[in-house]
Design a protein around this ligand. Structure first.
Ligand SMILES: C[S@@+](CC[C@H](N)C(=O)[O-])C[C@H]1O[C@@H](n2cnc3c(N)ncnc32)[C@H](O)[C@@H]1O
Ligand code: SF4
Length: 295
């Protein structure tokens, strides 16, 4: 038995609600690879799944990057190469986004992370409370877990966080995570989803050629997700680290006007039909598999 299975409950690894079929598939590496390639990496399956989606309607997920700074430099993350100084999202911008979401009567999920480590942002609890009071949305975020002490975890849960996705990037869980998992009660497990990502993980994307990974080309576009970076810019997707395709800035424009701009609408409409002709899409390992990327 691997060491981390002593501290991390088995059902928590790779998501709690794994069906029996999923568990069988995942237990066999070849079977898993086959289904993963078929369902996540096949352009035609992707088109079939998305063709009928109404990409003109309001987004159903918003990712707000309040903290673009990170304590780690994972080799598979563009943060590891970026030396430009980064700033936290301003309180004014965060408040503007929430105000606008309220005007839209938005109540769907809010993810308080993108790149960077959200737990470095001391305002996370305050932001969560604000979302809960103003919108009542489900609040989640991704973290490397390095600062997830039991005290912080409980503060976040009392502020209203619904789910914390902890990713283990090292071979073993950190001491902080081991402590947390040994201290939380059975009722508190529902607030945590735990996954492990290694450099050779099949689910890693090449971030449109910003990082080198040896994976199975997952297609990672989410057409119903809008992203607001810490500086207010709205990029095309979570692989667009440098905001290469920037639809506007929420500091200057209303988020809804950016979302409904003809250019953004046209791109979403093309993507759902499998037309990936932007330069960034052509470099994204998921959509245009070429010999160069074959594992
Ligand atoms: C970019 S991180 C930011 C939040 C936090 N710092 C963390 O590591 O969880 C969000 C999630 O993306 C995953 N991730 C990092 N690099 C990735 C890549 N190249 N492809 C796919 N997912 C990646 C991380 O493992 C993590 O689960
Ligand atoms: S994956 Fe997360 S922990 Fe690793 S460098 Fe990127 S933001 Fe930081």
């Amino acid at each position: 038995m691997k060491k981390n299975q002593n501290v991390v409950p088995k059902e928590l690894i790779q998501g709690k609600k794994s069906s029996w079929l999923r568990s069988i598939i995942k237990s066999n590496k070849t079977l898993h690879r086959f289904f993963y390639k078929l369902l996540r990496c096949n352009r035609y399956v992707w088109i079939l799944r998305n063709f009928w989606k109404d990409t003109d309607k309001l987004f159903s997920y918003i990712s707000i990057e309040t903290c673009p700074i990170c304590n780690r430099k994972c080799s598979f993350c563009p943060i590891s190469q970026d030396k430009t100084p980064k700033r936290l999202m301003t309180n004014e911008l965060f408040d503007k986004i929430i105000r606008e979401l309220k005007e839209l009567d938005y109540r769907q999920e809010i993810i308080l992370s993108l790149y960077g480590e959200p737990l470095l942002d001391k305002r996370l609890e305050k932001f969560t409370k604000k979302i809960k009071v103003e919108l009542g949305s489900r609040v989640t975020f991704f973290t490397n877990g390095d600062f997830l002490t039991t005290k912080r975890f409980r503060k976040l849960v009392s502020a209203g966080v619904d789910l914390i996705v902890v990713t283990q990037h090292d071979p073993e869980p950190s001491e902080t995570i081991k402590n947390l998992f040994s201290q939380i009660s059975s009722a508190e497990w529902k607030y945590i989803s735990y996954k492990t990502i290694k450099e050779d993980s099949q689910i890693l994307t090449n971030r449109a050629e910003l990082v080198k990974v040896s994976t199975l080309h997952p297609i990672s576009c989410i057409l119903s997700l809008v992203i607001v970076r810490a500086d207010g810019s709205v990029p095309i997707c979570c692989n667009d680290y440098y905001n290469e395709v920037n639809f506007g800035n929420v500091n200057q424009k209303k988020l809804i006007n950016i979302w409904n701009s003809p250019f953004y609408r046209r791109i979403r409409n093309k993507l759902k039909r499998g037309i990936f002709n932007l330069a960034i899409c052509k470099r994204c390992r998921g959509v245009l598999p070429s010999k160069k990327y074959e594992a």
